[in-house]
Design a protein around this ligand. Structure first.
Ligand code: SIN
Length: 513
């Protein structure tokens, strides 16, 4: 069937919608990596209760497969397996761990198409974007295979002759990795790569919407020869997630938790981890400002804005959430932004190979995004593009949307939108832009465009975020220190700092010398 495109009119704007060229419900041509069991101690396991839950393709609502709905007891089994295998894994050399990770990376690369199709099927992300995520996700395993061999200690100048002092780095132990649905592979590999490289073992709890990618990762970990119990995956449905999370946070056998997800859940985990004073790494929600100053190259700013805002249909913690545009260039920015939305954004089935924008992950997300738009309209905002669900494609598709005349009373001004909604706010001065941008409890990513070098330094230092894109809308890579400040979290992932979450410093004092 030819790839004919519809053109659908919506308000004053035309957005493109791809006709489904490959009407596969699954969209997965090679099922060899699909598993319907969890992975504990090197074995594929059902839930002790026998319960399962369905994994849904958000694009069409069809069931892709069923996986175990595990509970506290199953989680405990996985923790015990990880704890037992830690005894041997911590004694492997860095070079050995590096080899295991390289082997895993090679298999991940060999299976990148299969992995992309699984991600598209369970998250709705367009195939090209899924392939980008697989490349990104795999790169963390490669990166940490290399970093494994660069965990060095220190020899300290002793204050007395009879003593020598050194610091060595040791793996913290069993780690629990609780991961989100928006990057089904990359958020696991960014954590597990570092954990395994450091000599830790792990229990992964993937999001209930996207467990199949995690299980495919486990299948390839198994094929790469990573010993049983080092990498475990526990799957559970939404209703069991609290008991699984609690078991992970409260088990005395777990040394550390790494979580990526909402700030609300992060706070709950933080509280639960306090009982055992666990090591904690939290990558939580953002509310990224994207500032366009009058000296900026507006064309480049628009390209960066589109890339940042519509990555994964806006369902990204680092997506631009609030655009602040200086009044001198506001109209030009709006006109160009509309034009680029029209030419770049094709809403449709992720598996058709044409669409650049897929569905939102589930009904709750659609409801949230719709409510944010309606609230803005009710309070006086103007919708220039989109503004409603694209039900002619499917229940979970939302039109790429552009809103102006936004003010601080509106939800879209304050909340992490996590959808394809661009919110534009006009400002007059640099001070005003910084005040508005920093007026939030979140501090993950921020972006600004300027060609004034003095302004670039000033704003880079004053923007209250953990990561800043300067004349750049896409900042994620394995080499980057990814993480936030304020309520956006604790710790850093990726880069050489990513290893620090999984090691502790042990001070050794040699006396009577
Ligand atoms: C996230 O949305 O949580 C992560 C995005 C990224 O790694 O770029």
């Amino acid at each position: 069937m030819g790839l004919m495109r519809h053109v659908v009119a919506t308000r004053s704007f035309l957005f493109r919608q791809a006709e489904m060229s490959r009407p596969l419900s699954l969209g997965i041509r090679n099922m060899s990596l699909i598993r319907n069991k969890a992975f504990i101690n090197g074995a594929w396991k059902s839930a002790a209760s026998g319960e399962e839950f369905a994994v849904i393709n958000p694009a069409d609502g069809n069931v892709i497969g069923n996986v175990p709905n595990m509970n506290e007891a199953d989680t405990h089994e996985a923790i015990v397996a990880a704890s037992n295998s830690f005894q041997q894994w911590q004694d492997t050399t860095a070079k050995e761990r590096s080899h295991y990770l390289k082997k895993w990376f090679d298999l991940l690369e060999k299976n990148k198409e299969e992995l992309s199709e699984i991600i598209t099927a369970e998250s709705g992300k367009p195939l090209k974007e899924a392939a980008g995520e697989v490349a990104y996700g795999n790169s963390f395993i490669e990166w940490f295979a290399e970093e494994a061999r660069r965990v060095h200690g220190e020899v300290i100048a002793s204050p007395v002759k009879s003593k020598e002092m050194i610091f060595i780095k040791r793996p913290i132990g069993v780690t629990a990795l609780i991961t989100p649905w928006n990057f089904p592979i990359a958020m696991i590999t960014r954590k597990a790569g570092a954990a395994l490289a450091a000599g830790c073992t792990c229990v992964v709890k993937p999001a209930e919407d996207t467990p199949l990618t995690a299980l495919a990762l486990a299948a390839l970990a198994q094929d790469s020869g990573i010993p049983a119990g080092v990498f475990n995956v526990v799957t559970s449905a939404r209703e069991n997630a609290p008991q699984v999370g609690k078991s992970l946070c409260e088990s005395p056998l777990v040394a550390g938790i790494s979580f990526t997800g909402s700030t609300d859940v992060g706070k709950l985990l933080y509280k639960m981890c306090s009982k055992g004073v666990k090591r904690l790494s939290l990558e939580l929600g953002g509310n990224a400002p994207f500032i366009v100053f009058k000296s900026a190259d507006v064309g480049k700013a628009v390209q960066g804005a589109i890339a940042s805002k519509f990555r994964n249909c806006g369902q990204t913690c680092v997506s631009a959430n609030r655009f602040f545009v200086q009044d001198e260039v506001f109209d030009e920015f709006v006109a160009k932004f509309k034009e680029e939305m029209k030419s770049q954004l094709i809403l449709g089935m992720g598996s058709d190979g044409v669409s650049t924008l897929g569905p939102l992950i589930n009904d709750a997300q659609v409801h949230k995004v719709d409510n944010i738009v309606q609230d803005a309209v009710k309070k006086g905002a103007r919708v220039l593009v989109g503004g409603k669900t694209a039900s002619s494609i499917g229940d979970r598709f939302f039109e790429p949307t552009l809103i102006v005349d936004v003010d601080p009373r509106m939800l879209c001004y304050n909340e992490e939108i996590f959808g394809p909604i661009a919110v534009l706010i006009k400002f007059k001065t640099e001070e005003e832009a910084l005040r508005l941008a920093n007026n939030t409890k979140r501090g993950l990513a921020g972006y600004f465009y300027s060609n004034d070098i003095a302004q670039i330094w000033r704003v880079a230092k004053k923007l209250e975020v953990g990561m800043a894109g300067i004349n750049e809308g896409i900042i994620s890579t394995a080499e980057a220190a990814f993480g936030g400040i304020k309520e956006s979290g604790l710790g850093r992932e990726g880069s050489h700092y990513g290893m620090e979450e999984y090691t502790y410093i042990k001070y050794l004092c040699f006396g009577n010398l």
